[in-house]
Design a binder for this molecule. Structure first.
Ligand code: CTP
Length: 403
């Protein structure tokens, strides 16, 4: 039952919009409140009056309705909901979402919301298969957007193939799963991500090439399965996903402190590329050139190993600790030794030789090293690795709970 849940339902401009009227009825039968928003194109397919009558709510249609802004701003409208649903999600709406455009009420609500977003795409098969839509879908999945469909079938345009909106009862089930929590609901999971910056002096630092893409995708996938995620990130290129608690740090020491503050957790995934060394003492003033022939001597000390520290805790160790191993040679042998040395449960090992294009790229080919053996996963987009890993974590925690 969805009693007490509020769904903000954005109806895009597609033939499937008529099915969304049935979706409103089904959601209300399950006890949810539905607040409909029609895009301008959406109003060409269903009337505001029919949506409003079925929802028993005012329908919102235009961003620049000043009285409405006085009654309820678009920020409140987007945050009052428990879930934002887009059905039908047209190619245009997906593109706007993927690129962060906000030039009408629907796209502004999608940008302003702090809630999860579920989309039910509907479009012609060629549009669904177009490389631009493929890119947008991959981006939205990486951002943690939940997809219901599309399916294959005969379309209003006479063609056949994927792109057809799933039936309203399936969308209602996906909404219920998103609102009632997935297999990780009630679990707290820590994720570290991104590089660390270790200061040399007030203007210089030591860093590495980690973009934070893999850690961000893992946090989004875990949140997508209902976990409460604490996302501890160094200064990454990729912005943090929605629906997680973000803790920003710069140095390895700050990252360790943030991790210890965030415990206890059911599981922890250490995807950060932590700098191994920091300056023994960062200079308080900018280091000046020393004159011809003299270079400053940089004196390093080793940083704390966050993964090893947490893995070896006597009390309060997360039940599942997952580390990463970025290797350039003997990937499996090095990762197996690293797992034993650090004391974690799984190591996600990858080959970061520059020719693999993995570091800073969008794909990853990983090996999961566990006590009972090694699993090789084929090369796939980082968000797919994330989804698969999140599903494995959910299975492992569920199996533990049963044991
Ligand atoms: N890690 C960490 N704290 C550190 C260094 C690494 O938590 N100070 C974690 C990373 O987040 C990753 C794992 O340890 O999960 C392995 O990182 P990697 O750089 O591959 O290993 P190192 O311990 O640095 O070993 P080496 O450089 O010798 O390969």
């Amino acid at each position: 039952m969805l009693a007490g849940k509020r769904v903000l339902l954005i109806i895009g401009g597609g033939v499937a919009a008529f099915k969304t009227l049935t979706l409103i009825r089904l959601l209300r039968e399950r006890g949810a409140e539905v607040v409909p928003v029609l895009t301008r194109a959406g109003t060409e397919f269903v009337t505001p009056l029919s949506a409003s009558a079925l929802a028993a709510e005012k329908v919102h249609t235009d961003l620049f309705d000043l009285t409405e802004e006085a009654e309820m701003g678009h920020i409140e409208l987007s945050r009052d909901a428990d879930l934002v649903v887009v059905a039908p999600a047209t190619a245009d709406l997906l593109a706007k979402m993927a690129h962060g455009l906000a030039n009408d009420l629907a796209s502004t609500l999608l940008m302003a919301t702090d809630k999860r977003v579920l989309v039910a795409p509907a479009m012609n098969v060629r549009m669904w298969e177009h490389p631009a839509t493929r890119r947008n879908v991959a981006q939205l999945q990486a951002d943690g957007v939940i997809f219901a469909g599309p399916t294959e079938g005969a379309m209003a345009c006479g063609e056949f193939g994927p792109g057809r909106m799933v039936e309203p009862d399936e969308i209602a089930d996906a909404i219920a799963a998103a609102l009632e929590g997935g297999p990780l609901s009630g679990r707290h999971i820590l994720v570290t991500s991104g590089p660390t910056h270790e200061p040399i002096d007030p203007v210089r630092y030591i860093a590495n090439r980690s973009s934070g893409a893999q850690g961000t995708a893992i946090a989004a996938a875990l949140a997508g399965l209902g976990a409460q995620v604490t996302f501890i990130t160094g200064p990454a290129e990729v912005p943090p996903p929605d629906g997680v608690t973000v803790v920003r740090v710069n140095t390895a020491a700050e990252m360790l402190a943030a991790v210890e503050d965030a415990l206890p957790a059911d599981a922890a995934v250490f995807a950060a590329a932590v700098a191994d060394w920091r300056m023994a003492a960062a200079a308080p003033h900018k280091i000046k050139k020393l004159g011809a022939g003299s270079q400053p001597a940089l004196d390093f000390v080793e940083n704390p190993d966050i993964l090893a520290t947490v893995s070896q805790r006597r009390s309060g160790r997360p039940r599942l600790v997952v580390g990463f191993a970025a290797e350039t040679d003997d990937v499996i042998a090095n990762a197996t030794a690293k797992r034993a040395r650090k004391g974690c449960d799984w190591i996600v090992a990858n080959d970061v030789r520059p020719e693999t294009g993995i570091m800073g790229g969008s794909e990853n080919a990983v090996h999961i090293v566990r006590e009972d053996g090694v699993e090789d996963w084929p090369r796939m987009p980082k968000h797919e690795v994330a989804r698969k890993l999140a599903a494995r974590i959910a299975e492992a925690l569920a199996a533990e709970a049963e044991a």
